[in-house]
Design a protein around this ligand. Sequence first.
Ligand SMILES: Cc1cc2nc3c(=O)[nH]c(=O)nc-3n(C[C@H](O)[C@H](O)[C@H](O)COP(=O)(O)O)c2cc1C
Length: 414
Amino acid sequence: MKLFSPLELPHGSVIPNRIAKAAMEENMADNDHAPSTELLRLYRAWAEGGAGLIITGNVMVDARAMTGPSGVVLENDHHLGRFRAWAEAARAHGAQVWMQINHPGRQMPAGLGQETWAPSAIALDLGRQSNRFRTPRAMTEAHIAEVEKRFVDTALLAERAGFTGVEIHAAHGYLLSQFLSPLANQRQDRWGGSIENRARLLLDIVRHVRAVVSPGFAVAVKLNSADFQRGGFSPEDAQVVVSMLAPLGVDLVELSGGSYEAPAMMGAARDERTLAREAYFLEFARDIAKVATMPLMVTGGIRRREVAEKVIESGVAMAGIATALAIEPNLPRNWRNGKSDAPALKPITWKNKPLAATAHMAAVKYQLTRLSHCRRTAPGVSPLWALILSQLAMKRRAKRYRLWMETRFVKRGA
Ligand SMILES: Cc1cc2nc3c(=O)[nH]c(=O)nc-3n(C[C@H](O)[C@H](O)[C@H](O)COP(=O)(O)O)c2cc1C
């Protein structure tokens, strides 16, 4: 299979080529936590760049549970017009556009001032930075049922807004990934223990979403190939989950790995020997492909055309790219025209892996902000400088978010 050949999904729709812009949280919501003008400009750049599939940064299913400030929230149809404009901008050049939908669980910054809920009352262990996150409270049956309903409602709203699919985020240590992990999920009820129990919420959500959206609407899942933590979600667990997803009409599974505690998705894990230097999760994909009946996508470390081609030639359906497309949104178009760009940021060699991952995210977001203002990217930015700027912006945005939540509460209470 070639990088620029189309992919027909199980439900019948077609992705025009094998390059996907992977999800990147933009923190560019407007004052109502709907898509802003800057966000639309950013997606116009990616649409022109020629990726066959564009996956949005994670959109929150609950305004009280955010991965960060200025995140986009879709929990009702109040701003559906803005979401329509977003979908239109991203689809303008023929790409499929999927909204990634997410709930952070315990990975919600403490500075947002919200009650934190997770499968079990187990705090994130980030060493000296652990106080950036609150110790969560264990979810009740009613909370779990509400979360499921929220994922379903958001998926339906995404379809109404003109997105061609949704990707359910069950990776990177967020809520659904917490349920999957024996470290974060120590429940004794039907939601904990065996992998069948730990996967129950994800499977229920997928089943329910597939049942209510149109047959032509794509339903995908982002899953960790492993957590890269001793005693965590293992490659064997991932195989079982993929085999359980197979009969549910899932159109694609994107494989990634890690969490805030062990940020393997950024190329850093506690057990680094298991990671190849490029296309980090390709090895895992080979094993998972044995049980997968749906197309697979791998994301992580891909920035050279030869590597993307190797991924596709190995039988993986899609090559997911985040960082390189933040630096050069025209990468797919350039590769198609025979160019061999391989965009990269300044390497970060800090020993503290979670901090290095945060700095990497900040340096990437620096590029996104520039693109959203139609400016050229600056991959040479100092990661420390990007981190400082991002921390200051996050503080400002967190304050705005807290005020917004207070006004919502007052309005609702009135
Ligand atoms: C700034 C930034 C934001 C990200 N936000 C998300 C997100 O919202 N959802 C998600 O699944 N992954 C997110 N990721 C992870 C990427 O999708 C991807 O898995 C990771 O960056 C590895 O791919 P890369 O080496 O091509 O960057 C983010 C990564 C970066 C750098």
